[in-house]
Design a protein around this ligand. Structure first.
Ligand SMILES: Nc1nc2c(ncn2[C@@H]2O[C@H](COP(=O)(O)OP(=O)(O)OP(=O)(O)O)[C@@H](O)[C@H]2O)c(=O)[nH]1
Length: 374
């Protein structure tokens, strides 16, 4: 039974760059009178989202030591208990929690957290898993990454972003595909995260029965060893995984509610080796023209494999920071705050993708830097 005073939690998931932070920002900025705490988990060794996220929520807890669905699930539990403790003692005031998972997280194990720990279960209830799907890159992501499929399969509601970037028939075809993967979840369009709050909060969408259909072992803790990603997609999945060890890139099947294969045989499924991230840092300023040309070239060659990149740039002759980000070939940048007097200026960019040649990226980017000051 749900404790009537328990705190509602919404899990916001969706593949890299789908528009999760944009959605969260929208919710945080809206004048709804609700006090929202955010738990933010990023893939990659440094968190950039904190720079991108408006600071209007009551509390932002960053979890950057690994992915929330596997290595740091214990941290999530601890953070939830800590937040509730602070709320109880009046140190913090919030009415609900939004959790943004990494773009590579399997939402299943994150959702499980709300059913295993008795204390978490007493204090919180899971309102819904929202999955943001990028209308422009969704197809490619679903083709290549099983995690993207799982995120859709596990959604209580699907939020389709970036429909402005594609023709209507592309959106319709993607919607049909999403419906095949998950016939239960309603699909809503969100333009830059714009959506009525009642479409995403307090929707009482989390349906345990449906999750058990997707994965009968959902409530069995031991079945989830998250260093080995077990696949929880569907009841009637026809392919046979036998007992071989598959990596994510070997998978190209569409997870849906009818898959019944079982991955509890020690499959070495880990997104941490399938998709990698690296960071480029420098204290030398970038030359804008060179950087643009270089990024254009890198995107042309590696665009398909470059799932996500974001960072803060130190540009020559520019008094402001530049926040730069992209998904595949779609790149954008914005001015951030001014560098403070005496502040050590530097650039930091995180690249996330499949089989990216780190050394080539480093070489090319280094060529765009001004020479070091003598
Ligand atoms: N054209 C268009 N761009 C969008 C829309 N929603 C988000 N974006 C852009 O997509 C990019 C990625 O958005 P984010 O909200 O940072 O995506 P994310 O899912 O939080 O990304 P990760 O945390 O890195 O996985 C940003 O440049 C956004 O401005 C939309 O509806 N239309």
């Amino acid at each position: 039974m749900q404790n009537p005073s328990s705190i509602p939690v919404t899990i916001v998931t969706g593949f890299l760059g789908a528009g999760k932070t944009t959605l969260l920002n929208r919710v945080l900025k809206e004048n709804h009178g609700q006090r929202i705490a955010v738990i933010e988990n990023e893939f990659g060794e440094v968190g950039i989202d904190n720079e991108l996220l408006v600071q209007d929520s009551e509390q932002i807890v960053e979890m950057n030591n690994g992915c929330i669905c596997c290595t740091i699930r214990g941290d999530l539990q601890r953070n939830l208990l800590e937040l509730a403790g602070k709320r109880a003692t009046g140190q913090l005031a919030f009415d609900r929690i939004l959790i943004e998972t990494t773009g590579l997280a399997d939402p299943g194990p994150v959702a499980q957290t709300f059913f295993f720990d008795e204390e978490v279960q007493r204090l919180y209830h899971l309102d819904a898993v929202l999955t943001v799907v990028d209308a422009k890159h969704g197809d490619l992501q679903l083709d290549r990454e099983e995690t993207a499929q799982k995120q859709v399969a596990f959604a209580d509601r699907i939020l389709l972003s970036k429909t402005d970037l594609v023709e209507g028939d592309v959106t319709q075809a993607l919607e049909k595909r999403l419906l095949r993967i998950n016939p239960r979840a309603q699909i809503r369009h969100v333009h830059f995260g714009e959506t009525p709050l009642d479409q995403i909060l307090d929707i009482q969408g989390f349906d345990l029965k449906a999750k058990l259909e997707i994965n009968p072992k959902f409530l069995e803790m031991e079945a989830h060893d998250h260093d080995h990603h077990d696949h929880e997609c569907n009841e009637h999945c026809d392919h046979d995984h036998g007992h071989e060890h598959h990596h994510h890139h070997d998978h190209d099947h569409e997870c849906n509610e009818h898959c019944d294969h079982d991955h509890d045989h020690g499959h070495a499924h880990t997104h941490l080796d399938a998709v990698q991230s690296f960071v480029f840092r420098s204290e030398r300023a970038f030359e804008m023209g060179k950087l643009e040309a270089c990024l254009g070239k890198l995107l042309e060659i590696y665009g398909n494999d470059l799932y996500r990149y974001k960072g803060l740039l130190y540009l020559a002759k520019e008094p402001r920071q530049v926040i730069f980000q992209g998904v595949h070939m779609m790149m954008s940048s914005d001015f951030g705050r001014r560098w403070n007097d005496g502040e050590k200026k530097s650039s930091i960019v995180v690249f996330i993708g499949r089989d990216l040649p780190k050394d080539i990226f480093e070489q090319e980017l280094t060529r765009c830097l001004l020479p070091a000051k003598k």
